[in-house]
Each structure stands twice: as structure tokens, then as C-alpha cells.
Design a protein around this ligand. Sequence first.
Ligand code: SAH
Ligand code: SF4
Ligand code: F3S
Length: 466
Amino acid sequence: MKPPRKLHIKSYGCQMNVYDAQRMVDTLAGEGFVETESADDADLVILNTCHIREKASEKVYSELGRLRVAKDEAARNGREMRIAVAGCVAQAEGEEIIRRAPTVDVVVGPQSYHHLPQLLARAKSEGRALETEFPVEDKFSFLPQPKPAAIRARGISAFVTVQEGCDKFCTFCVVPYTRGAEVSRPVAKIVDDVKRLADNGVREITLIGQNVNAYHGEGPDGRTWPLGKLLHRLAEIEGIARLRYSTSHPRDVEDSLIAAHRDLAGLMPFVHLPVQSGSDRILAAMNRKHTADDYRRVIDRFRTARQDIAFSSDFIVGFPGETEGEFAATLALVMQIGYAAAYSFKYSPRPGTPAADMRETVSAAEMDERLVRLQELIDSQQSAFNRAMIGNTVDVLFERAARNPGQIVGRTAYLQPAHVFASPDIIGQVLPVRIESRERYSLLGELASAPPQAGQSTPSTMMTGA
Ligand code: SAH
Ligand code: SF4
Ligand code: F3S
């Protein structure tokens, strides 16, 4: 038997890239590849790249510089290391990558990585670097299913892609160009994936899509199902204790999604709902197609359906022409909504997007200053949110042994890491924890009751009946 070949994948960017990286591992497992922690001893290194901001994109080239050294070193030791660039930079820059970094063997975009084995073989036989042409086909019909052992090794929380691409064309964003038009997977395929994951120990599913609540997949009844209906169906699958979804657009929040939050105890009351700005003029220039008040009304609908719901968001500061007053409108919106967490970014002009051609600019100093002010506000809200957990008893889904010996770590409904001293038997269970204290990013507590005996379930592990 041939020894296994070693594969190292480094992923940048969003959850979709994390998911894609796992599917690349599954695809290459069929070719005898096993994953390795370090790039240096790998036979194949894949950089799964992100194009969202200039910094993310430029990282690829510095990483390729380092890999060239490792590749030369491997060659000196009589070993071949091959390098592939996948993900959104691959899609956006294609051949330019091969021109700028001749050390690269293949370039493959996010819609065609199911072709990796053939592409690698062809590049080798032709003795030159190759970029895939991008055939229009559904990669999901070609991707092999992960082996049960691979699923179990990945832990108890898993991503499942339900939707890919975006038709929104926000003027700052590359995603509609790198990930293409919106496509939803059929309900039956998603149900099969989730069942397979549940059968192998997964307890929490996060449905992912660049614009996940635009989901409109074909249902088993031949009709188009929205995300809310899909969530209702997935909540019936035995073994799945928690459901989440990410990332949503405020324009696509249908009543069925609100109803799912009202009806499904297993649908976590924590929603990532990016707003980008609190100024209507900036929102219009961004082509967000909603106002700040529209956003406030969407938040109200969620809150009416589920009182304990919390939100996170994304913000961009320094969009072309953003005035101090317009930035202040963003701060005002944040103050009014009150977030459990949020990400904020300095605007980065991206080639090919309409905003990159806008002539007004915001100075680097102003952008820095606005980012600091916004992040201070968000940090204070996040701290207050976490502090408010102390003294409460909350459900935690336990995921793994923590770094501190004897501790097990899990997550609350709001994705806060929570640590307790307990036996590893509790991994995979949802148990009530009394929160006693907190550190910067995590909570410490004690199990509020003895864990149930094997075969029993606590009320908190059940899906419905809030
Ligand atoms: N719908 C996807 C968008 C992915 S991009 C999602 O929300 O996951 C994630 C975030 O990156 C966006 O919400 C936006 O805040 C930020 N972003 C996108 N393009 C940007 C740019 N050109 N400059 C700065 N931030 C950007
Ligand atoms: Fe980008 Fe806007 Fe689509 Fe989100 S909704 S992926 S920000 S174009
Ligand atoms: Fe980045 Fe592509 Fe995701 S640009 S954020 S990896 S969709």
C-alpha cells in the first residue's frame, strides 16, 4: 500500500471557506490524502483565499512567498510539494496569481474545487500551472460525502451550505463576483446531509450562505421553500439539538423566519444581521436597498417573536464620502439596537466594484478614528451583555476538553464560550450551567444539575416546546 500523502489547507475569510476546505479534504481523501497540521511536511498545500478586503487578498501573496521557500527546501530533500490556490482570490484573479507567483501549481475557484484531483493530475502531466475553466455545474452533485470517522473527528458542531452566491450587489462588495448568482440547494439534499451528520454525533448545525435568508430551495412537495420552513423541517431530525444560520440580509427577513424563531426552541436566539451603516444616504450609496428605520423594524419583528433574542452585525466605516454626521448616525443606531457582538471594518476599495470608482474619500486618519470609536462602543455593549450572564443559569452545548486540565468548554445560545469542571462524558450534551464569572471572551460556571445518565435526556436537549 502506498503511504498516505499529506495535505495542508489554510483557510481565510468566512464560514463558507471553512466549509469548502472540509469538502476539499473529503474530495482529496479519495486520492489518498490525509490532513497535516503544518505546511512544511505537506505534499499538497492549499490556500483557500478571501478577496473581501485588500488586506485579506494581499495575505495570499506573502503566504505564497513563504511557501516558495518551503517548496524549494522540500525539493532539495527529494520531495515534491505542490501548491494550489482556491477560494475567492482564485476566482477574482485567476491567471494573474500564476503570473505573480510561478510557484503555484493550480488555481481553482469556489465553484469548481470538486475538479481538484483531475486538475492536479493534468497540471503534473502537462508540466505547467493550470487554472480551471469554470463549467456551470452543481458542485454538490460531485462532492463525495465525508466518511463517518471524518465527521466524528470534526466535533459536534457543523456547517452545512444551503445557499451560495449573492444577487444584492452592495456597491463595496466582491462577493457577487467571486461567488456568483444566488443558488439554493434542494431541501431533500440538505436533510440528507444533516441526518448523516446527526448519525455521527453532530448536535449543532449552522446553515450557511452568503445571503442565507434568501434561501428558496426546492421542497419535497415541488414547491419553493423559504429558510423558515427549512428550519422547521431540520428541527425534526433526531439528535440535532441546536440550529443556527448565517449570514442574513435585512431585506430578506420573511415572516416564516420570524415564525421559526417563535416556534422552535432549538433555533438559537442569536442572529447575525449586518447593517453596515446607520445613515440612509450611505445605505443608499451602498445599494443596501433598506433604510436604518427598515432595519429597526426588522429587529423589532424578531424581538416580538422571541424576547431573549440577541443580535450581531457588521459595519463599514469610511465608505466614500461618509461625513462625521453620517458616522454619528451609525453610532446612534448601535446605541439604539444594543448588540451582543459586532464586527467593524475600514472601507477597502475593491477592484471591479462600483464604490471603487467613487471619487470622494475619507482620510486614513478619520477612518482610524471612527473605527476606534465604533469598536469602543461595540466592546462596551459586548462586555455589558456578557456581564449580564453572571448569576444566570443558561443552557450550554458542550463541545470539547478545554485547554485547562479538567475543564470542558461549550457554548451558550449566544456563542459565548462557557467553561466548567466536569467529566468529558458531557461532551455533546446540552446542560444548564450557572454562570459565576467571566474572563475577557469566555464565561466560567458550574453544572447546575448532575448530568443525566446515558440514555436519558433533559428537557433542555429537546427541540420544541419553549
Ligand atoms: N453577506 C456576507 C458578506 C460577507 S462580507 C456576510 O455578511 O457574511 C462580510 C462583511 O465584510 C460585510 O458585511 C461587510 O461589513 C464587510 N465588507 C465587505 N466588503 C468590504 C469592503 N470592500 N471594505 C470593508 N469591509 C467590507
Ligand atoms: Fe456582499 Fe451585500 Fe451580498 Fe452581503 S449582501 S454578500 S455585503 S453584496
Ligand atoms: Fe471572503 Fe469569499 Fe467569504 S471574499 S468573505 S471568502 S465569500
